[in-house]
Ligand binder design. Sequence first.
Ligand code: RB5
Length: 149
Amino acid sequence: MINKNNTIPIASDHGGFEIKEYLKKKLIEAGYNIKDMGTYSIDSVDYPDMIHPLAKSINAGEFKLGIILCGSGNGAQMTANKYANVRAGLCWTVEQASLIRQHNNANIISIPGRFVDEKLALEMVIKFLTTDFEGGRHLTRVEKISKTN
Ligand code: RB5
């Protein structure tokens, strides 16, 4: 559960731009503070150019939770997960958005803008922002994610 006083960064490429704009509007209406880190039009761009700055800010602890989008959600998620303190989860159902918080302590939700509609995207984001990590056995597992040797 994130406090509404916490700012939530959001970023997308052109493939996620329209849903990003919808999410930004609805989340602001709901009382959240949103930092839009681009892109700012439907012109074609390279998703790492928007996703790296957002992931860096989460990695540095500047923001607690963030939202990223691209067409499939995969390029954005792969870019974000390059950072040691980032756990970005790709979601296309509300249950997945809950599970990436409950079980994986995800700090970024990645949304496939070309495969979900606005309503589902908003429902997933609200679930992501309002669900807590369960800890316990899931903490043990999450701690093993970074152990690559
Ligand atoms: C852009 O056409 C598309 O490749 C991008 O949005 C994303 O799906 C990449 O993973």
